[in-house]
Design a protein around this ligand. Structure first.
Ligand code: PMP
Length: 403
């Protein structure tokens, strides 16, 4: 395969060819959502133009084609994260719904009053609030493993907190606010040594590095389609089959049953048991196309390209007077978050925006983490497969001119 050629890759993204406010777009907000390659847009349009119908039990050709393509998308997701079996892939709306599914179904069914769920101080709200809802309902307790000032998980504390009361562990793979890459394989090993299941929030990992859920030995792994260059409204829960078999349904309705009477209902086997109602067929097929696209570039090559950019951007920002990088973990991915002495992060973001540079400013849905860092907010530039050195140069020179 040819080496990663970012200029060629950029031509695959229609939005990168259009000016914003009369300037070329410098899109440094992939951590919030990734832009879409033409292959995804084309496949979604093609599918709706040529093959579209509702899925399952169709007795006519279009419905059978739709069903086959939906099933094929599930297979693509399974291969993408190296799941052993496509039945371990449940389609949901996004990572948020994925964690809610696990908290609602596994949590409600298997966790009891007094049981503890262990998370970390760097979780996204999506991996905090569902457990708090479960706490209100069931009286479980939430425990939070601390982090260091560099934004790394305190491994000794994590291990010490794996007490007999802990019954579930839920941790982020890559922090969206810090870029920290957690040693998930090691975390799973430690939890499994105590018989504890682990959910990994892979929202910021699946787009940046090869993910192998069997190598990690994750019980649950969730991510959103829109961050892996696919459409919004489609997300993934990987779960080991025995978990899915033991868990009660998340929602009830059509497609998740095998027979219904008013007295009793038999559920479909997984994954259909967890996919009530007409699913996001178009979204799943778009996600399948996105997976084909990133796989054709190769996750290892994407990772190498982005790692070089992260190192380059880190050096550039370090040289800016008064700028402090937030998140300096040894293992880091694709996030350049920072504050500048005396300047409101929101104002920095807005000033960059006026110059055609798209970044995010705020708490990044990690308010407890911001509290730990003693910051109300940061400005965050994030790298994607289409990011160039020139774009990071533009970011740095704009920051230098900041009043
Ligand atoms: N977890 C992490 C680490 C994230 O970065 C995000 C998205 N910002 C989510 C969960 C939630 O993803 P979504 O909004 O697509 O459900």
């Amino acid at each position: 395969a040819p080496a990663f050629e970012v200029e060629r890759v950029r031509r695959d993204f229609p939005i990168l060819q259009r000016p914003v406010n009369g300037r070329p777009l410098v899109y440094l907000d992939t951590a919030a959502s990734a832009q879409k390659p033409r292959a995804v847009l084309d496949e979604m349009t093609r599918f709706m133009s040529e093959d579209y119908a509702n899925i399952h039990r169709g007795v006519y050709a279009l419905s059978q084609r739709s069903t086959a393509l939906y099933d094929a998308a599930r297979q693509k997701v399974a291969r993408f994260i190296h799941a052993g079996d496509a039945r371990e892939i449940v389609f949901v709306r996004n990572a948020t719904e994925g964690i809610n599914l696990v908290a609602s179904s596994y949590g409600r069914h298997f966790l009891e009053k007094g049981d503890e769920v262990l998370i970390t101080h760097m979780e996204h709200h999506a991996n905090i609030v569902p457990w708090q809802l479960l706490r209100q309902e069931k009286g479980i307790a939430l425990r939070v493993a601390p982090i260091t000032d560099e934004g790394e998980l305190d491994m000794d504390a994590f291990e010490r907190m794996l007490t007999d009361r802990v019954k579930f562990v839920s941790v982020v793979h890559v922090s969206n606010s810090l870029g920290t890459v957690n040693p998930v394989k090691e975390l799973v090993r430690l939890a499994h040594a105590r018989g504890l299941p682990v959910l990994i929030d892979g929202s910021q990992a699946a787009l940046h590095m090869p993910v192998d859920v069997r190598d990690i030995d994750a019980d649950f792994y969730v991510f959103s389609g829109h961050k892996v260059y696919g459409p919004t409204g489609i997300g993934v829960v990987f779960a080991k089959l025995p978990h899915l078999e033991a868990m009660p349904p998340y929602q009830g309705g059509g497609l998740m049953i095998s027979s219904v009477t008013f007295e009793s209902t038999e559920f479909s086997p997984p994954p259909q048991k967890f996919e009530a109602g007409t699913p996001n067929i178009v979204g799943a097929i778009g996600l399948g196309a996105a997976i084909d696209y990133v796989s054709s570039l190769g996750l290892a090559d994407i990772h190498a390209h982005e790692s070089a950019l992260l190192a380059y951007g880190t050096e550039l920002l370090r040289e800016i007077p008064g700028l402090r990088l937030i998140g300096t973990a040894r293992e880091k991915s694709s996030i350049l978050a920072f504050v500048i002495d005396g300047t409101d992060p929101q104002e920095i973001g807005a000033a960059l925006g006026r110059n055609g540079i798209a970044v995010r400013a705020g708490h990044h849905c990690t308010q407890p983490l911001m509290g730990r860092l003693g910051l109300p907010s940061t400005t965050r530039a994030s790298i994607g497969l289409y990011t160039t050195r020139e774009e990071l140069d533009a970011l740095a020179s704009c920051l230098r001119e900041m009043p």
